[in-house]
Design a protein around this ligand. Sequence first.
Ligand code: NDP
Ligand code: OXD
Length: 293
Amino acid sequence: LPEHDIVVLDEDDFDRNRIRYVATWGPKPGSLSHLPALEAVFSLGAGVDHLMSYQGLPDVPIVRVSQDDLTHRMSEYVVLHCLMHLRDQRRFDAAQRAKHWDQDRAPPIASEVRVGVMGSGVLGQDAARKLKVMGFDVAAWSRSPKSSDGYEIFSAEEGLAAFLARTDILVSLLPLTPETRGILNRSLFGKLARDGRLGGPILINAGRGGLQVEEDIVACLDDGTLKAATLDVFQTEPLPQDSPLWTHPQVTVTPHNSAVSDAEMTARYIAGQIRRHEAGEPFQNVVDPRRGY
Ligand code: NDP
Ligand code: OXD
């Protein structure tokens, strides 16, 4: 954007009256206030919970990142971990370390395993499509009613119980909002299918840590309500050293890197949005602050 000056908060001196756009992740209190020429705020990631919790969010379009490289990375992660659970890969990792030839059974195939994707937005739809290609029996859940050619989409509170009852692997790709906070809890885990081929329900959460109640996850793993979990996001990040999730034998921990935004791609995306806006076209991927996503 050669026609614009670009400044960095806390590094450069600048005149707040001249700031037209802000790109941010987890803005400090006050940092978005007193910017009279502000035209838009860009979230440096797909999620905007870090902005929705800002006190006094400016009344300008809030634009989030939604681009193919991030979407494809997330689908890679979801497919990888669904396949890891399908093939019980962690068991073979342990067997290899013990030099144990653990060849005892034919695993189920993907079509015998029901994956339920919570959140049927940009990420959920791409992941669901790719899980279908691998053969999984896929369904999804969203806030508003939707349809898809390839799989069933349940919606809202009314559709939740039926969605959970047909789910062996629950993939969470929900945004964190007041409605979804803490949704991944014991009551919900207790409604997942118990008659599946994997020996118990499995949770994969790559949405946000605030969606999950970690105490419930550990207790449900210990009493068999859940069989295993893959978690990319946590209530507190980095995951505290004393969290039992680090060492739980049924938990796979990844450090919030299922779909890291590439800095170069994100910069290009934001520059592209600014060019659209300055050419009189609307921003894309504008968030609705009333919904919180
Ligand atoms: P979208 O806004 O495109 O999709 C959100 C989906 O969630 C929609 O289908 C929406 O329903 C659904 N939803 C929202 N609230 C509810 C609710 N109360 N009940 C049921 N469904 C609900 O977002 P993306 O797919 O782009 O991203 C999803 C989230 O993934 C982000 O908000 C972020 O938190 C997380 N993320 C995590 C990353 C990581 O590295 N771990 C990387 C990138 C994103 P509807 O279709 O009806 O609107
Ligand atoms: C995002 C993230 O929201 O990386 O983009 O979590």
